[in-house]
Design a protein around this ligand. Structure first.
Ligand code: HEM
Length: 424
C-alpha cells in the first residue's frame, strides 16, 4: 500500500487517471452482504448506470420541494419528542445518538418512502440494530482477516445470540417487504417521490428493468452513505461550536437573521435561505476539514502507473490517502493548519472560498465525487439551524472527545450535552 497526503497524487488517482484505478476486492468482499453490488462497491458499467440513474433523482426540484420537507418534518419530531422533554431537566443526552436516528429516519424516508419511527420509539428497532452490526463487521473485516472465523466460533459458543447471518436476514426481510409493497402500490396507480419508486422506472447496465436484488442494493447504499456521515458531521460541528463560544454566537446570530418563522414553514424558501448562510457553511467546511468523516480512502491500481511525485505504482497496489492527516499538514494549510478557523473559508468579499477538492477531499473528487454532498449540507444545516434557534446546548464537562475506529469518523463515546430552551 502506498500512502500519500500529496494533493497532486490524490488528484491523479481520483480524477486525472481515474480509469487506472478501481475499488479493490478487499472492500468489495468485506461489504458484500450489506452493500451487495450497490454504487459504493461497484466498478465499470455497473457503477456507471447507477451513477447516471441516481444523478436524475438528485435534482434541484427534488431537493427544494421534497427532501427539505422530510428534514423539517423529522427535526420537528426530534425536537418535540426528545429535546423539548429533556430541556431544563438537567439530564444529559447523547446528541450524536439522537442525531443518527434523525438522519437514518430521514434517509429511509427519502430512500424507501417509509418511516421507521425510531425518533419516537423507546426501544431499538431491529433493522437499526442489524444495520449497525453489519457496518461494524464490514470495518472489522477490513482490519482483521479472522473476523469471519471469529463470527462462526461465536455463533457456535452463543447459539442464542443473533449471528451475522441473522442480522443480514433482518435487513433483507425489511427491505424486500418494502420493495414488494411498493411494486403493488405502483401497480394500483399510486405515485411516490422516494428513490425506490424512481429506480423502479430505471434500467440496469443491460437495459433491463431492475430486479428486487438490484433495487435493494442501490437504495440501501444510499441509506448507508447518508446516515452516519451526516450525523457525525452535525455532531462534530456542534462540538466545535460549543467549544468556541465566539463561533456559537456567530452561528446563532446568522440563524436568527435568516431562519424566520415564515422560512421555517416553507420548504422551498428554506432551501434557498440555507444557501445564503455563509458562516454556517464555513463552520461546516472547517469541521469537515479537521474531522473528515471519511478520514481515510484508497483505490487499487488496475494498471502500472507513476504518481505525479514520481512514486511507481504496480498493478494490484493500493494507493491510500488520509484527509485527516492532510488537514494537519502545514505544507497544505499553512502554519495555522491545526486550528479550528471557519474564517479561512470566507473570502474578503464575504463569499465562501472554494478550495480544490484534491486539497480538501472530504467529499472525494473526480467522477466518483460524493453524490450526496449537497443533500448532506442541506440536512446538516437545516437540522442545526432549527436546533440552535430553539435550544442552548452545553457540553457535559469532563467527557473524553476522541474518534472511534470505524468505517466513518464518529465521536467514540458520543457527544453528551445539557439542553435549555432558548428564550425567543
Ligand atoms: C457530510 C456527509 C457526507 C460526507 C462527508 C460524504 C463523503 C463521501 C466520500 C468521501 C465519498 C467517496 C467514498 C469512496 O471513495 O468510496 C462519498 C461517496 C458517495 N456518497 Fe457521500 N458523503 C456524505 C453524505 C452523503 C449523503 C447524504 C449521500 C446520499 C444520500 C451520499 C451519497 C454518496 C454516494 C452514492 C457515494 C458514491 C459515489 C460513487 O461511487 O460514484 N453521501 N461520499
Amino acid at each position: 500500500m502506498i500512502m500519500t497526503i500529496d494533493p497532486r497524487n490524490i488528484n491523479h488517482v481520483a480524477k486525472d487517471n481515474f480509469s487506472s484505478y478501481a475499488k479493490g476486492d478487499n472492500v468489495i468482499k468485506a461489504g458484500i452482504e450489506l452493500f451487495g453490488h450497490g454504487i459504493f462497491v461497484a466498478n465499470g458499467e455497473q457503477w456507471r448506470y447507477q451513477r447516471k440513474a441516481a444523478s436524475i433523482v438528485f435534482n434541484t426540484v427534488n431537493f427544494r420541494d421534497n427532501f427539505t420537507q422530510v428534514f423539517v418534518k423529522e427535526i420537528n419530531i426530534l425536537s418535540k419528542y426528545v429535546f423539548d422533554e429533556k430541556a431544563g431537566t438537567g439530564e444529559a443526552i447523547d446528541f450524536q445518538g439522537f442525531i443518527s436516528n434523525f438522519t437514518l429516519e430521514s434517509f429511509v424516508k427519502i430512500g424507501f418512502g417509509k418511516n421507521l419511527n425510531i425518533l419516537t420509539s423507546k426501544d431499538k428497532v431491529p433493522f437499526v440494530v442489524s444495520f449497525e452490526h453489519c457496518q461494524d463487521v464490514m470495518f472489522n473485516r477490513l482490519l482483521d482477516p479472522f473476523t469471519n472465523i471469529r463470527d462462526k466460533i461465536n455463533s457456535i459458543l452463543h447459539p442464542n445470540e443473533l449471528s451475522h447471518k441473522d442480522h443480514v436476514k433482518t435487513i433483507n426481510d425489511f427491505v424486500y417487504s418494502l420493495i414488494n409493497e411498493r411494486r403493488e402500490q405502483l401497480k394500483q396507480g399510486y405515485e411516490f417521490q422516494d428513490m425506490l419508486s424512481r429506480f423502479m422506472k430505471a434500467c440496469n447496465e443491460d437495459g433491463k428493468a431492475l430486479n428486487d436484488k438490484e433495487l435493494r442494493d442501490i437504495v440501501l447504499n444510499f441509506v448507508i452513505a447518508g446516515r452516519d456521515t451526516t450525523a457525525q458531521t452535525i455532531s462534530w460541528l456542534l462540538y466545535y461550536a460549543l467549544s468556541y463560544p465566539e463561533v456559537e454566537a456567530k452561528l446563532v446570530e446568522e440563524v436568527d437573521k435568516y431562519i424566520t418563522e415564515e422560512v421555517e414553514n416553507d420548504a422551498p424558501k428554506l432551501y434557498e435561505t440555507i444557501k445564503k448562510m455563509i458562516y454556517a457553511h464555513a463552520v461546516l467546511h472547517e469541521t469537515l476539514r479537521l474531522d473528515p468523516i471519511v478520514g481515510n480512502n484508497a483505490r487499487t491500481a488496475i494498471k502500472d502507473d507513476i504518481l505525479p511525485d514520481g512514486t511507481q505504482v504496480r498493478k494490484g497496489d493500493m494507493v491510500s490517502w488520509n484527509p485527516y492527516s492532510m488537514a494537519r499538514s502545514e505544507k497544505i494549510w499553512g502554519p495555522d493548519a491545526k486550528e479550528f478557523k471557519p474564517e479561512r473559508w470566507i473570502l474578503p468579499n464575504g463569499e465562501l472560498a472554494r478550495e480544490s477538492s484534491a486539497k480538501w477531499p472530504a467529499f472525494h473528487l473526480g467522477p466518483r465525487v460524493c453524490l450526496g454532498k449537497h443533500l448532506a449540507i442541506l440536512e446538516a444545516l437545516v437540522g442545526l439551524s432549527f436546533l440552535l434557534k430553539r435550544y442552548k446546548f452545553r457540553l457535559v464537562p469532563g467527557q473524553n472527545i476522541t474518534h472511534a475506529a470505524a468505517l466513518t469518523h464518529p465521536i467514540k463515546d458520543g457527544l453528551h450535552v445539557f439542553i435549555e430552551k432558548r428564550q425567543p
